[in-house]
Design a protein around this ligand. Structure first.
Ligand code: ATP
Length: 318
């Protein structure tokens, strides 16, 4: 209901009376006032003038449940949101709360222990990005889980635009720099997944990176010169995630494959595939119907599944 009050204020550039809000939403004026008070406590500046009503004059750049929900068009992803000012990783919070409903989202202003694949660190500075995890409970087998990462990659590309592309399997890049990383983890029995946590970190308004990763990292702000409302970015991301995730569940990765291939920067490049014990070089020639990368090497064609591998361009990161 608080979200609906906020939406009414957002849509109007004039004062809206408490009476009108209460009529539109079918709630008492006291209830309207209670929601306004809550919004103010979250950093929204709402002017209230007797006999005129309420006017929204400032929306904080803070990730808030209302802020995200006001942009959501989903059926289930993000319908329950857990917000943290600071946490080690949102994936951990999702795992701790795995009994929460399918589609619950865990989001933090900053992560102190953010992780990339294979345990490397993921920087998640306060207030500059969207650091979130979706808890998902599909009835699929563990071998299909990597497709959720691929679906999430497409969702990120669609949500952020800016000519972003997917570096198979789990990074989103703009040009040759990483703007987003995805880390999907699961709890599973031999043939059935209990739950998946799909962690997505997007550099949104980051102004600069330490020299160590500046070569390989970028943000939406660095690429466009514009600052973004992170709640809106998160909502767009979740809307797109639900779209691609549902499509995958209904019709398999094959239904996403063409779109994925169009957005995949790895295809038709010479790559090094770094396995645990060896590195293989070749040309990435296809993504198959299960989402595996097909690489043509001098010893023949190999099929690479996303698990424990890194893929690099032979001359650099892409
Ligand atoms: P891979 O291709 O195997 O996924 P990667 O080197 O890209 O390898 P990840 O585990 O996906 O590794 O991501 C972690 C790496 O990303 C870190 O080692 C660091 O270099 C870089 N990194 C950390 N934080 C950020 C960030 N906020 N934005 C972009 N890059 C980052």
């Amino acid at each position: 209901m608080k979200t609906r009050v906020l939406n009414i204020l957002k849509k109007s550039d004039k004062y809206v009376s408490g009476e009108e809000i209460s009529r539109l939403l079918g709630i008492s004026r006291a209830a309207v006032w209670k929601h306004i008070k809550k919004l103010k406590s979250e950093g929204y500046i709402i002017e209230s003038v007797t006999n005129r009503g309420y006017l929204l004059v400032f929306e904080p750049d803070k990730v808030t449940e209302n802020g995200i929900k006001s942009g959501l068009t989903t059926d289930f992803i993000g319908r329950k949101i857990f917000l943290y000012d600071e946490t080690d990783t949102t994936n951990n919070r999702a795992k701790d709360n795995s009994s929460e409903p399918d589609g619950s989202v865990f989001i933090a202003e900053t992560q102190t222990g953010g992780k990339g694949s294979r345990g490397r660190g993921w920087l998640s500075p306060r207030g500059s990005g969207v650091w979130l995890t979706a808890l998902l409970k599909p009835g699929i087998s563990p071998t299909e889980v990597s497709c959720v990462t691929l679906a999430a990659g497409l969702a990120v590309c669609r949500a952020i635009g800016l000519n972003s592309q997917i570096k198979w399997p789990n990074d989103i890049v703009i040009g040759s720099k990483k703007v987003c990383g995805i880390l999907t983890e699961m709890s599973a029995e031999i043939d059935m997944v209990n739950y998946i946590v799909c962690g997505i970190g997007i550099n949104v308004n980051t102004e600069s990176f330490d020299s160590e990763i500046a070569r390989r990292a970028t943000s939406m702000y660095i690429e466009s010169g514009e600052k973004y409302e992170r709640n809106a970015v998160a909502a767009q991301l979740l809307n797109n995630l639900e779209h691609y995730y549902k499509k995958f569940l209904e019709s398999g990765f094959i239904s996403l494959r063409d779109e994925y291939k169009k957005n995949c920067v790895t295809l038709n490049k010479n790559v090094s595939v770094i396995f645990k014990k060896e590195t293989v070089t070749g040309k990435a020639i296809d993504i198959d119907e299960s989402g595996a990368l097909i690489v043509e090497t001098s010893d023949g064609i190999i099929r690479v599944t996303s698990g424990e591998v890194s893929v690099r361009g032979i001359y650099g990161y892409i």
